[in-house]
Design a protein around this ligand. Sequence first.
Ligand code: MG
Length: 379
Amino acid sequence: MKRIVILGSTGSIGENTLKIVEALPGMFEVVGLAANTNEKRLLEQAKQFNVKATVLAGKDGQDALCELVSRPDIDIVVCAMVGMAALKPVLAAIEAGHDVAFATKEVLVAAGELVMRERAKAGVRLLPIDSEHSAIFQCLQDSRRLPWCVEKSGATPNAVETLTLTASGGPFEGRADVDFERVSVGEVLDHPRWKMGRKVTVDSATMMNKGLEILEARWMFNVPVGQIDVVVHPESVVHSMVTFVDGASVAQLSVPDMRFAIQYALTWPERVASGMPRLDLAQVGRLTFRAPDEGRFPCLRLAREAAVAGGTLPAVMNAADEVAVEAFLGGRLSFAGIWRTVGQVMAAHTVCACGDLETVVEADAWARRKAKGVIECNE
Ligand code: MG
């Protein structure tokens, strides 16, 4: 039995993780659950899965989360919290020597260098739950290409030429008629393929999600940003692919359902039957791909800028985006205001090196203040 703790258990990834636990009886024991504010649902889950340790982060605080993931009786921590609030608990889980199944991309975006260094020190694994990164992880299953095997030889995975992240493009892909100054919260949250939390759904519509995923992949797989491509693929059947130096590309396909990625992270290196729906390519009929429109979706360009500059700039971009998305969801900022805000905050930032926790936390706090100021001034 694998003993798991789920941070963010009442969110979309958390609920889907529990569905997998339920679908695979005898494989997992849930030893801890944490949610942010939804106490009622947290207690229901604790009762159903007979979990003794629960934390309500909104009430009990971050230290309680860190304490929960530091327990010795854990095999894997599922990190499905939203945003930078997950950073300290992730570091605590790593320090305690636990593998982390990882959905909170913001943490790797803002503090990738720090997290990967601590991970290597502790000798633990970071198993991707983001569907694109799970796909790449699955494409790299030749054990010599796995990040924690590669680092033993000190080499980068040099047989990898490019990682290609697929993007559904969100609800506005290919719709030149949509006015981004006026589009409503409801239209943005109506994602055509994936049912996800609100933050990631807005990020998906601006394509910031793909920008964050470039940085996530850069750290998770130790591949330079210049070797990470994005292609728009509205059907969301090909979840990403790897092209090797011999020109061969390996891709991973399934119907779009986040349980595939979660289950793989939890059962790796095994594959287990759990009654998931099968892909019927004849029924799908056609898969389409096109280059992203960075003029219309500037977040992708901003993310590349942040990735190339490195240092504190990715943390700043991430924090500004979190604040701007929240303002958009609260009706205080237009949809286009999201990337204008992020761009202005990034332009105002003086980049410095970013290897320790204080620098990350400071850059993050600075960007949040700055973004709030920009939003108050402009909108
Ligand atoms: Mg994704």
